[in-house]
Ligand binder design. Structure first.
Ligand code: HEM
Length: 508
C-alpha cells in the first residue's frame, strides 16, 4: 500500500473519530444547534472569512430556530438572553478567563486586554485604573476641549469656503490625539492635518479587517512581523500601517524605560511627558517583568486602538442621527442652553450628564453604534454553569453578543429608532434600562476607558450641535449601517463615513 493511501486512511479514521466525539461525546454535545457547526469550524469560517464578517447574522438566524442557547462551533456556546449576561461577564468573585485563541488574533500579548487569567489581568490593570477613574478623566477633559477647538476652527473655515467635512475623520483624529496625548505624552497632530488625516485609522482598520483571518490563521501575525517593512508595504499597505504604528510604539516603550533608568532630567521634553501613562507603567513601582519594551508597546497599542476606534465610530453614528432628525436636534439645543448659555460656552461632562435629554442622546448613540460587535467569550474553568435545562461544563467557551441585547425589541421597542426619550420614559416608570446598555461589558473586565468615552461623547456631540447647523453630504444610512462584523460594525462597503456641509454657525 502506498504511503498516500495509508495517510488517507489515517486522516479518514481521525476525522471519523473526531466527528463522532464532537457530535455525541463532547461536553457540549447536548446543546442545541446545527450539526455542521458542532462538527467543524468551517461553518464559522464560511460566514466570517469567505462572506466577510457575517457569522453574527447566522447566529441570529440560528437562535430563531434553536432557541436562546446554541452551540455555534465545536467548542463555543452562544446564549441570547439579556438576563443571563451577568452570569457570563461576572465580577471577580466568580473566576472567568479569556480564550487564548480569540485573544491571539489581536497580537497584543502582555496587555491588560489580552490577559487570559484573572491574576495576570489584575496585576496589569491595577496600574491603569487610576488614570481612567471618573475624577482622573474630569481632570483630563481639557485634552478633549483642545482637540475640539481644532475641529471647531476647521468647521468654521469649511463654512466660509463651502468645503465638505469628513466628520468621521475628525472624530477619529480627536479620539486618537486625546488618547495619544494621555498615554504617550505627545500629540500626533491628526487634527492639524488637511482633512484631519484620513489615514489615522489605517493601522486599526487593518487589524480589525483581518480579525477573522487571524483568528483562523494566527501564525500570519508572526509572518507579518518577520517580513521586512518594504516588502510588507508592497504586499499589504494596511498591514504596513499597522506594523509602523507598532514600531513607533516600541520605540516609545524603549525611550520610557531609558528615561526611567536615567531618572528623567527635568528638561522641556520630559516635563511635557509628565503624567503620561507610559511613564507610569514603565516606572519603578511596576514589577520588573512588566517593564519590557514589547509589553509596553502592546499595552500602548491596545489603549491607542481601543481609545480611538470605538468612540470615534459612536460619535459618527450619533452625529448621523442628530443630523437626520430635526426634532431631536431642536429639543437637544433647547436643553443645552441651560448649561451653554452661549454656543461657545466650554461645557463639562459633569454638567452635561445631568441633562436628561442629552443623556438619552448619548445612550441612543451608544445603543445604535454597538461598540464591539464580535463575540468576547469567557471560560469558567472551575464552575459548572446552568442555563435553563442546559449544563455548560467547566472549561467551555461561552459568549453573548452585545448587539442582540442592544437591539432586543422586548427591552427597546422599535429598536432601530433613535429615540432619546425612551430613556426619560423608562426613568419615569422606575425602569433600569441602563442595565441593558452593555456596550462597555460588565464585571471584572469592564471597559477601562468607559469614562473617557462618555466624556468625549457628551462634550463633542453637545458642543457641535450647539454651535453648528450642518447637513449630511452624500451620506445615507448605508454609510453607517452595521452589515459586517470586524470586531466593530462596518457597513457593507468600505469604512463607516459621515460627511457634512456646514450650513450655519449659531450665534445665540
Ligand atoms: C464607545 C466606546 C467604547 C466601547 C463601546 C468600548 C467597549 C469595550 C468592551 C466591550 C470591552 C470589554 C472587552 C473584553 O471583554 O474583551 C472593553 C475593554 C477595554 N477597553 Fe473599551 N470601549 C470603548 C472605549 C474605550 C476607550 C476610550 C478606551 C481608552 C483607553 C478603552 C480601553 C479599553 C481597554 C484597555 C479594555 C480592556 C480592559 C480589560 O480587559 O480589563 N475603551 N471596551
Amino acid at each position: 500500500m502506498s504511503l498516500f493511501i495509508l495517510l488517507s486512511i489515517g486522516a479518514l479514521a481521525y476525522l471519523t473519530i473526531r466527528s463522532t466525539y464532537r457530535l455525541y461525546f463532547h461536553p457540549l454535545a447536548k446543546i442545541p444547534g446545527p450539526k455542521l457547526a458542532a462538527l467543524t469550524n468551517g461553518y464559522e469560517f464560511y460566514f466570517d472569512v469567505i462572506k466577510g464578517g457575517m457569522f453574527i447574522w447566522e447566529i441570529e438566524r440560528l437562535h430563531k430556530i434553536y432557541g436562546p442557547i446554541i452551540r455555534i462551533n465545536p467548542r463555543e456556546v452562544h446564549i441570547n438572553d439579556p438576563e443571563y449576561y451577568d452570569e457570563i461577564y461576572s465580577s471577580r468573585t466568580r473566576r472567568r478567563e479569556k480564550d487564548p485563541i480569540q485573544v491571539a488574533q489581536f497580537g497584543l500579548d502582555g496587555s491588560t486586554f489580552s490577559s487570559i487569567r484573572p491574576e495576570e489581568h489584575r496585576q496589569r490593570r491595577v496600574h491603569l485604573d487610576k488614570f481612567f477613574s471618573k475624577q482622573a478623566i474630569t481632570n483630563t477633559e481639557h485634552l478633549i476641549h483642545e482637540s475640539l477647538d481644532k475641529i471647531i476652527r476647521n468647521l468654521k473655515d469649511a463654512y466660509q469656503t463651502h468645503r465638505v467635512v469628513n466628520l468621521d475623520s475628525g472624530f477619529a483624529g480627536l479620539t486618537a490625539d486625546v488618547i495619544y496625548q494621555y498615554t504617550f505624552g505627545f500629540n500626533p497632530g491628526n487634527l492639524d492635518q488637511e482633512g484631519f488625516n484620513e489615514n489615522v485609522r489605517n493601522g486599526a482598520n487593518a487589524l480589525l479587517r483581518m480579525e477573522h483571518v487571524l483568528y483562523f490563521f494566527p501564525f500570519l501575525q508572526s509572518i507579518m512581523g518577520w517580513l521586512p517593512l518594504g516588502m510588507l508595504r508592497r504586499v499589504n499597505e494596511p498591514a504596513y500601517a499597522l506594523a509602523t504604528q507598532k514600531l513607533d510604539l516600541y520605540a516609545r516603550g524603549v525611550a520610557a524605560l531609558e528615561r526611567d533608568r536615567n531618572r528623567v532630567k527635568e528638561d522641556k521634553e520630559a516635563s511635557n511627558r509628565k503624567g503620561a501613562i507610559l511613564d507610569a507603567i514603565s516606572g519603578p513601582k511596576i514589577p520588573e517583568h512588566l517593564r519590557t519594551p514589547e509589553r509596553l508597546m502592546n499595552e500602548g497599542h491596545s489603549l491607542a486602538i481601543a481609545g480611538t476606534e470605538t468612540t470615534a465610530r459612536s460619535l459618527a453614528v450619533g452625529a448621523y442621527y442628530l443630523l437626520t432628525m430635526e426634532d431631536v436636534r431642536t429639543k437637544l439645543r433647547e436643553e443645552l442652553k441651560s448649561v451653554m448659555p452661549t454656543p461657545e460656552t466650554r461645557v463639562t461632562w459633569t454638567e452635561l450628564e445631568k441633562l436628561p435629554y442629552m443623556s438619552g442622546v448619548v445612550n441612543e448613540t451608544l445603543r445604535l453604534s454597538t461598540g464591539i460587535s464580535s463575540r468576547i467569550a469567557r471560560i469558567a474553568p472551575t464552575e459548572t454553569l446552568v442555563y435553563k435545562d442546559h449544563v455548560i461544563p467547566p472549561g467551555s467557551l461561552f459568549s453573548q453578543l452585545h448587539h442582540f441585547i442592544l437591539m432586543d425589541p422586548s427591552i427597546f421597542p422599535d429598536p432601530h429608532v433613535f429615540d432619546p426619550e425612551r430613556w426619560i420614559r423608562a426613568a419615569a416608570k422606575g425602569e433600569r434600562l441602563d442595565r441593558y446598555l452593555v456596550n462597555f461589558s460588565r464585571g471584572s473586565r469592564i471597559c477601562l476607558g468607559m469614562n473617557l468615552a462618555y466624556a468625549e461623547l457628551f462634550v463633542v456631540l453637545a458642543t457641535l450641535i450647539r454651535q453648528f447647523d450642518m447637513e449630511l453630504y452624500e451620506t445615507t444610512k448605508a454609510n453607517i449601517d452595521f452589515v459586517r462584523d470586524f470586531a466593530t460594525p462596518y457597513p457593507d462597503k468600505g469604512n463607516l463615513s459621515v460627511r457634512t456641509v456646514i450650513t450655519g454657525v449659531i450665534t445665540d
